[in-house]
Design a protein around this ligand. Sequence first.
Ligand code: 6R9
Length: 653
Amino acid sequence: MSNESVQLIYPSDEIVKNAAVSGMDAYRALCAEAEADYEGFWARHARELVTWKQPFTQVLDESNAPFFKWFADGKLNVSYNCLDRNVEAGLGDKVAIIFEADNGDVTKVTYKELLVKVCKMANLLRSKGVKKGDRVVIYLPMTIEGVVAMQACARVGAIHSIVFGGFSAQSLRDRMHDAGAVMLITSDGQFRGGKAIPLKPIADEAFGMGGCECVKNVIVFKRTGADVNMVAGRDEWLHDALANQPETCEPEWVEAEHPLFLLYTSGSTGKPKGVQHSTGGYLLHAILTMKYTFDIKPEDTFWCTADIGWVTGHTYITYGPLACGATEIVFEGVPTYPDAGRFWKVIQDHKVNIFYTAPTAIRSLIKAADNNPAIHPKAYDLSSLRILGSVGEPINPAAWQWYYDNVGGGRCPIVDTFWQTETGGHMITPLPGATPLVPGSCTLPFPGIQAAIVDETGADVPWGQGGILVVKRPWPSMIRTIWGDDERFVKSYYPADFQGKYYLAGDGAIRDKDTGYFTITGRIDDVLNVSGHRMGTMEIESALVANPLVAEAAVVGRPDDLTGEAIVAFVVLKGQRPTGDDAKRIIKELSDWVGKEIGPIAKPKDIRFGDNLPKTRSGKIMRRLLRGLAKGEELTQDTSTLENPAILEQLKG
Ligand code: 6R9
């Protein structure tokens, strides 16, 4: 961004006046407070925002870096903080969750009712022998029960690990196995876009693969009413198991560092990483970002459109909004059913004030609205909206502007929140009543977050120059380790390149030379971002080579107008290179295979066959060259080190 092109967009006086962080001076004061007394800054917020059973006296413990500890001698319970304390504060009859089902049915649950549901589920867990520290895998659609299951785990100190409902049997099996889960909570199926999709049969398939003998109980929520197979002695319907459970349940008071959950995410090697989060520090940042980034007010209705299968659904559906005593929407459906006006209708019907979604959804809805004025946001009453949010991938300025003008009516600040599964909550983001906005920039670090851009040696790069995004100091909601793999945690996030001192985000970034605003330039590792979902290229390659037809495969990303990035696979078959109808058939077969191995979101958009892959004489696959081919670029690179230049023609696509 050059100076001339930077057009700052300011929040209205009304928004500034009422905001928790009101004006840039207030933002700077918070940053200065953290600068002057880092531990004091976090400790103050932790005391103000979290209810502790046993107050902490220690703040940050760096003695075993990078295995940092926060508030280590404090004790608390997350479910108590989200439910009991709201009921105790007189919010018992306030609606906590407005559930809108795929078919439009609406169910409202008050804080008092939600507490009862969570207590019954927590008692169920205990009755099955689930105790503090046990892992429970949850494979559920977007339902009230999903949120209840997570909260119930937190209540008894069990560590939940959600597996997204779109993931395959293999993925589910690998996660149950890696986590050593004692219980699986799933459903017969899920509704999406008017269709019932099976889930329990996928779980059955996962068990059939072996390695999940650790799972002693499978609890099945009846959602679609489909016929399912129940294994005697292991499987039980949720409604039966809940029938006689008491309606109160004493929370398990856990240490602040007790793991709240694991969430598997893609990294640059084949095996997904079980990102482990803490209880105290995580909860603090969930609440703090609800207050500062979303400026949540007691009377607000909040809607985050993410799925509980992703970290955004954890922090900004299951925990953050409830810990703040807000009313939130839990939405089962998809943005395009029954038509692409669904999001706008939900906002209108429930008078949503704060709306948080992903750029990929916005881009697809722009296209739909352009083709049909009846489902254009302007055809709905969206005047309840005050703040808009974006997450998951960079939002291109054109989509930003459309979102700002058409959804926000030119009056709602957009908070473009940069963060990751590993960071637990927002890291770089505008604050709506403070930060002047620039479309396409996530602007400035959240108060207290020491984000910086450095070169390969760890030295700061000047504004205006691209580099590697790091965080220089530990923060409360950060990843604690990779489940069962401390070594990989250190290697991935605290590499020796920076003397093990800085957290490596895995993204590139640049700061505007005038404003210092951050723009994320994309992953610097072999991780792709497809519609806001993280996919490791190695993960997809491993899936492809597991197919009996495939000898070798290389996967790269290519920019895509709709999905941000698209997956392109270059494949060498064991037999002859296929052409014509043969090629078409095998492309379909391999694409379905990847869908079955990982999940439909990992299916390549483009599969190309070669007699070989472009390699250097030392045998390294030339990925840079493949990225060029995937984009359809003319090859200007030096290919003289290529062992087999002739195959480039085959791979041009
Ligand atoms: C919350 C979440 C993390 C990766 C991250 C980055 C990309 C997320 C972004 C963004 C640009 C934003 N990302 N938010 N890039 N601007 N506002 O998405 O977590 O699924 O772990 O993905 O997503 O590349 O490293 P996760």
